[in-house]
Design a protein around this ligand. Structure first.
Ligand code: ZN
Length: 269
């Protein structure tokens, strides 16, 4: 009941016609951009490694243990989006994750295969949580329609699921964490605006900061993705902005978050 009324409130918020970012985001400095450009040039792209199903489950459990509590706190503090998240693990080996209507977050096993460390997986999941917490899924009419069409197909195809640690930060037990099967890698994230993508990265950085996750270790994923952005083998690149601009945006966000000791930025409206 409580959740229903909360969602209804989100709906009326969406009716104001606001779209884009909820918060005011820092400008990207030329210095940050130049640094990112040179770094991306000399980086190597994401490397896939073999990971067992047990490893995928263990890593995602560890990630949820680290970030879901602070993420929930952040979501409630923002009080504009969906804080009741339902995580699904897809067996797709593409490097992608996505946010869907009704709080669904789908994480492809490819994310774990490509990540260099646990902090990078934290970044990806916190990014999708950011889309939910800022109500990006609901604030665009077009996204809602696409979500209704594509989300229905995708969620119907999932055979097993992981339930998030949504109840006071409780950790999902082993039996609740199972790999979903047979989800094609063709369905990417709903198309969010550039501002919404930047905001999701900002919120991811904030959630990681508040969770005590090393932001610099997490950042490596963005650098590797930016390096690979000219190639097409990772579908994460199709549905997310890549390139040095994203790395520079991350650096601007992290600088502001460290300076404010983890405060939410001012609202955009
Ligand atoms: Zn995104």
């Amino acid at each position: 009941m409580q959740r229903r009324s909360f969602l209804a409130l989100s709906g009326s918020f969406a009716a104001c016609g606001c779209s884009g970012a909820v918060h005011r985001l820092p400008d990207i400095s030329n210095g940050n951009l130049a640094l990112a450009q040179s770094e991306v040039r000399s980086a190597s792209g994401p490397q896939r490694r073999a990971v067992s199903d047990d490893d995928v489950q263990a890593i995602l459990r560890a990630v949820s243990r680290r970030i879901v509590g602070p993420a929930l706190h952040t979501c409630h503090e923002m009080n504009v989006g969906v804080c009741d998240w339902k995580f699904r693990i897809s067996s797709s080996r593409t490097m992608n994750a996505s946010a869907w209507p009704h709080g669904y977050i789908v994480v492809n096993r490819g994310i774990v295969e490509y990540a260099d460390n646990e902090e990078q997986v934290c970044l990806v999941i916190a990014h999708e949580i950011g889309h939910q917490a800022a109500n990006h899924v609901a604030t665009s009419q077009r996204n809602r329609m696409v979500g209704a069409l594509v989300g229905g197909v995708l969620l119907g195809a999932l055979s097993a699921a992981v339930t998030a640690a949504n109840n006071g930060g409780a950790v999902p037990n082993r039996s609740a964490v199972e790999l979903g099967a047979r989800v094609g890698g063709t369905v990417g994230e709903l198309s969010f605006s550039k501002e919404q993508e930047r905001e999701a990265d900002y919120l991811a950085a904030l959630i990681l900061y508040r969770s005590g996750v090393d932001l610099d270790r997490a950042r490596g994923l963005l650098v590797a993705m930016a390096h690979a952005s000219g190639r097409t083998e990772t579908s994460f690149l199709d549905s997310h902005p890549a390139g040095p601009e994203r790395v520079a945006g991350w650096d601007s966000a992290v600088a502001e978050i460290r300076a404010s000791n983890g405060k939410l930025p001012a609202r955009a409206f």
